[in-house]
Design a protein around this ligand. Structure first.
Ligand code: GLN
Length: 207
């Protein structure tokens, strides 16, 4: 079996949970990534939930911002949950002015979009491409996607606190996957399994 190595950005956030969820995929090894040399050795990357402004700052300090941008631009599969989704977006609303973007996902996201009233909530979410019924989705000061580019596929949406049309909360563009929620916190590894499959396909296409 091909062993695919998937890195989890380990600067801040819920790294351990993502490492465990990725490790549950057959044929995949999960490794924490803190240094450029570690990044160079992986086939794909997970960007965890946490705080996007802090992670953005640490990416600069650890000299990972440019190499990570370059790998993603070159087609390396990447999956971001919550703060990770914010990092992958090409544009952020309600971010900090000095917040850095990795790019790769042609969307505009709004940080802390669900507002204070519903700071955190959970819901059952049907996700396109994931079989076996809805996924329990945990939202913690989550963003939503405000605008998607032509190549972005919307996999799931949730209405805002005021109701109305659903906002995308799970999206995919080629080898880049992002969720506004935290599947790593529920023990349901189907979202990670989808990403592992994306990474496996990318590696198989390269070999
Ligand atoms: N609100 C956080 C941010 O802006 C994201 C929260 C999370 O990852 N749970 O980065």
């Amino acid at each position: 079996m091909i062993v695919v190595v998937i890195g989890v950005l380990a600067l801040q956030g819920d790294v351990r949970e993502h490492l465990a969820a990725v490790d549950a995929c057959p044929g995949v090894r999960a490794v924490p990534v803190r240094r450029p040399a570690e990044l160079a050795a992986v086939d794909a990357m997970v960007l965890p939930g946490g705080e996007s402004t802090t992670m953005s700052r640490l990416l600069v300090t650890f000299e990972l911002l440019e190499p990570l941008r370059a790998r993603i631009a070159a087609g390396m599969p990447a999956y971001g949950s919550c703060a990770g989704m914010i990092l992958l977006a090409t544009e952020v609303l309600d971010g900090r002015p000095d917040q850095q973007q990795l790019g790769g996902l042609d969307v505009v996201v709004r940080r802390n979009a669900f507002g204070r009233q519903v700071d955190s909530f959970e819901t059952d979410l049907a996700i396109a491409g994931i079989d076996g019924g809805p996924v329990r989705a945990v939202f913690i000061r989550a963003p939503w996607v405000e605008k998607t580019g032509a190549e972005v596929e919307i996999l799931a949406g949730v209405a805002g606190p005021g109701g109305g049309a659903p906002h995308p909360v799970a999206v995919r563009q080629g080898a880049v996957l992002a969720t506004a929620f935290h599947p790593e916190l529920t023990g349901d590894t189907r979202v990670h399994a989808l990403f592992c499959e994306m990474a496996r396909e990318a590696v198989a296409a390269r070999r």
